[in-house]
Write a protein that binds this ligand. Structure first.
Ligand code: GLU
Length: 396
């Protein structure tokens, strides 16, 4: 069997792979603690589930619906994105997709011609480069580090700009680092992009998960100049504990949204109606459970940071958003752990899983060797126990 080159050359999603492995080990009776997937441990709030149950009984939802999304949901997303971006967004600019991942794929496929370049600050989320390459475009990776707060600068962007640069992927709060850009830094980046006619694809899936003194700002609000050049993605997965429901969306200029809808008409048709009704209940319903979940994540964030910072050889910048910590483990590389010399964070992740029964995602997956990502969207006791196990392994 010879697979198509595009699939042969593609990496499997490492976040999903780590999670699947941890779940399989747990099912086989191993006491694995999973810091792998960014997946809230809470159930979806009851009023959302009930809306879905009602929708499932209504024959109207047993049929095809408009491919770009249910009109009420598109309108609600347009209203929501208008308020965060300061723009006047209409429902025809919204395409409802099978999760944020699908929105990104549709954007890349509908916007990028072969050979064009997309600026991609690293550490980046695992699926961006693979999806950009699926569109035959070229990801241009721009590294950032703990010391720079994992923020890309206009100087870096300008140095990487060529006549083929078509877009920038901009993410704040960031997966995997949890970094939140200050408004002024976003403003500079937005103005730079607008000046050069570069599309800003902004992934705002963590917009409701910011902590401490940080607040969420959309790049389009920080720099109204870039608003006409901004393409938004978001979804219900992280905010409403709805990862399995698979509802995300893209918000784009109407012409691009129509292009994406055309692609969707050939690719998937509408997203599951029941899930869309659930997403509508999430976006338009009471938000108090969101606040409660955010509070729990914040508590876990502070636990994770203080416990990790106390481990010899671990260095980290305090994350202000999302639900990840992204420490540097460079201080432990080259050491022997449980009788095995660990040279890179891929090996470290293997040793952590085998010896400490702790699953983390190695930094290599995010274009940042030397680091690893730990999601703190897991129970408080598991979180503390998992980091203790890491500390104990390093101290052995
Ligand atoms: N976005 C989540 C993560 O980074 C879910 C897994 C995935 O789709 O990659 O863990």
């Amino acid at each position: 069997m010879s697979l198509a080159t595009r699939i042969r050359d593609m990496e499997e999603s490492p976040t999903l792979a780590v999670t699947a492995k941890a779940k399989a080990m747990r099912a086989a009776g191993e006491p694995v603690i999973g810091f792998g997937a960014g997946e809230p441990d809470f159930p979806t709030p009851a009023h959302i589930v009930e809306a879905a149950q009602r929708a499932a009984s209504d024959p109207v939802h047993h049929r095809y619906s408009p491919g770009a999304g249910l009109p009420e949901l598109r309108a609600a997303i347009a209203a929501d994105t208008s308020s965060t971006s300061g723009m006047e967004i209409t429902a025809d600019q919204v395409v409802v997709t099978n999760g944020g991942k699908h929105a990104l794929y549709s954007i890349f496929m509908s916007l990028l011609d072969p050979g064009v370049e997309v600026l991609l600050p690293a550490p980046y989320w695992v699926s961006y480069p693979e999806q950009i390459k699926l569109a035959d475009a070229v990801p241009v990776v721009l590294p950032t580090t703990t010391d720079g707060g994992f923020q890309v600068s206009v100087e870096q962007l300008e140095a990487a700009r060529t006549e083929r640069t078509k877009a920038l992927v901009f993410v704040s709060p960031s997966n995997p680092t949890g970094a939140v850009y200050p408004r002024e830094a976003m403003r500079e980046i937005g103005i730079w992009a607008a000046e050069h006619g570069i599309w800003v694809i902004t992934d705002e899936i963590y917009q409701h998960l910011v902590y401490g003194s940080a607040s969420f700002t959309s790049i389009a609000a920080a720099a109204p100049e870039v608003a006409p050049w901004t393409i938004f993605t978001s979804g219900v997965a992280k905010t409403y504990a709805m990862t399995g429901w698979r509802v995300g969306w893209a918000v784009a200029p109407a012409e691009l949204a129509a292009g994406m809808a055309k692609l969707q008409s050939q690719l998937t048709s509408n997203v599951c109606n029941v899930a869309q009704v659930a997403a509508l209940a999430a976006v338009t319903g009471p938000q108090d459970e969101v606040a409660a979940m955010r509070e729990a994540f914040d508590r876990r964030r502070r636990t994770a940071v203080s416990k990790l910072a106390a481990i010899d050889g671990v260095r980290l910048a305090e994350p202000e958003g999302a639900f990840y910590v992204f420490p540097s483990f460079e201080g432990v590389l080259g050491r022997e752990l449980a009788g095995r010399r660990v040279e890179d964070t891929l090996q470290l992740a293997e040793v952590l899983l085998e010896q400490a029964k702790v699953a983390v995602v190695p930094g290599e997956a995010f274009g940042a060797p030397g680091y690893a990502r730990l999601s703190y969207a897991l129970g408080d006791d598991d979180l503390a126990e998992g980091i203790d196990r890491i500390a104990q392994l390093f101290a052995r």
